[in-house]
Design a protein around this ligand. Structure first.
Ligand code: PEP
Ligand code: MG
Length: 373
């Protein structure tokens, strides 16, 4: 009803006057970005690019990109994907004109892209057992051999994030080109584009970010030169591994911003699989009060929260004006937002529908701090 909407607007506007933290949203389609903006998001804090790669009509080219044995084959696959990526980014930049968008470079656990490893080995077994078509067997074995090269027992701790990009710098290069072309196309069409921030995932070593930054900067420079255009682009990183929090001062040398990925930071900081966060020992721990709450829902203040504090302090020690945000699920959790306020982070980023809650929570966190002091 209109009255409720008006009251809601009035209260959220009041919260906006009080809060200090910025509130962004996590979105990876133009539709979600538009929804987020409608709900008051002041930018996109995390645009994941994995889902764009998983579309069924793209998977063959994506697999080719990873499995290609020659540079030519990989280049051909990347050339097919680039315009598709550009289209994805154009939709998001159009929806977010005038606001910042943090695009995260590809962070795929490999088993999600290569799910047919098991299928392929079953096919080989069947053909061997049944004396099947030798040509088919040869092809199946060759494919299995290729896929096995990348098979990992624990893909969530494997060739994810920048680790894949370190092996194949052509991938972040292609994504960067798509981002820049999209930003320029939107500016040309709409007169204004989004603020482009490029983010490197799963960094543990400063040398990784240094190398990835060089790849990104080179591609940005080439794209802008060939378009005869100028565009401000910042490059930063996720802080989502304990090592990254510990050496944040070294990593900050190569970063314009940090975004804390509290999902992976919780997984690796406490050593609990995020894929099993719902059940098993964790729910027993919570119900038997071994721990006060599920650490994937609200930040573990003493533990993972301590890693965020360490990362923020290290980053600021190296670069006082380093921009700091949070884009893990905790960014939309009122209990966690209190800690992010205390640490003086710049913004939280959460799913679009949690944006209004985060706006309230950020205001409450300011009032709670005032009461405490
Ligand atoms: C995180 O790890 O907190 C994060 C935001 O990245 P993702 O959930 O995509 O791993
Ligand atoms: Mg992560």
């Amino acid at each position: 009803p209109p009255q409720i909407n008006e009251d809601f607007e009035a209260i959220v506007t009041w919260a906006d006057e009080v809060r200090r933290l910025g509130v962004r949203a996590n979105a990876d389609t133009g539709e979600d970005a538009a929804k987020a903006r409608e709900l008051g998001a002041e930018g996109i804090g995390l645009c994941r690019t994995e889902h764009m790669f998983m579309a069924s009509d793209r998977l063959p080219a994506v697999r080719q990109m990873i499995l290609a044995e020659t540079e030519e084959d990989r280049a051909a696959a990347l050339e097919t994907i680039l315009p598709m990526q550009q289209e994805d980014f154009e939709a998001i930049f159009t929806a977010m004109r005038g606001l910042p968008v943090t695009v995260r470079l590809l962070d795929p656990p490999l088993h999600e892209f290569l799910p047919d490893l098991v299928e392929q080995s079953l096919l080989v077994q069947r053909l061997e057992l049944t004396d099947g078509d030798p040509a088919e067997l040869t092809t199946a074995r060759a494919l299995l051999g290729q896929v096995k090269r990348l098979h990992e027992q624990n893909p969530m701790l494997g060739t994810r994030g920048c680790r894949l990009a370190m092996l194949y710098p052509e991938i972040p290069e292609m994504q960067t080109r798509a981002i820049i072309r999209a930003a320029l196309a939107v500016r040309e069409r709409e007169g204004e584009t989004a603020g482009v921030e490029i983010m490197v995932p799963l960094v543990a070593y400063a040398s990784e970010l240094r190398a990835q930054r060089a790849v990104v900067e080179r591609a940005v420079a080439e794209e802008l030169e060939s378009a005869g255009a100028e565009l401000d682009v910042t490059v930063g990183t996720m802080i989502e591994l304990p090592r990254a929090a510990v050496v944040a001062d070294q990593i900050a040398q190569h970063a314009d911003f940090f975004s804390f990925g509290t999902n992976d930071l919780t997984q690796t900081g406490i050593g609990i699989s995020r894929d099993d966060a719902e059940g098993g020992f964790l729910s027993a721990y919570v119900s038997e009060e071994v721990i006060p709450h599920n650490p994937f829902e609200s930040i573990d203040r003493d533990g993972v929260g301590g890693l965020v504090r360490l990362g923020a302090e290290g980053g600021r020690a190296a670069k006082p004006d380093l921009k700091l945000g949070v884009c893990g699920e905790h960014g939309g959790d009122p209990a966690s937002i209190g800690l992010f306020e205390e640490l003086g982070l710049s913004y939280v980023s959460c799913s679009p529908y949690r944006v209004p809650i985060a706006r309230f929570a950020a205001a409450r966190a300011v009032l709670a701090q005032r009461d405490a002091s």
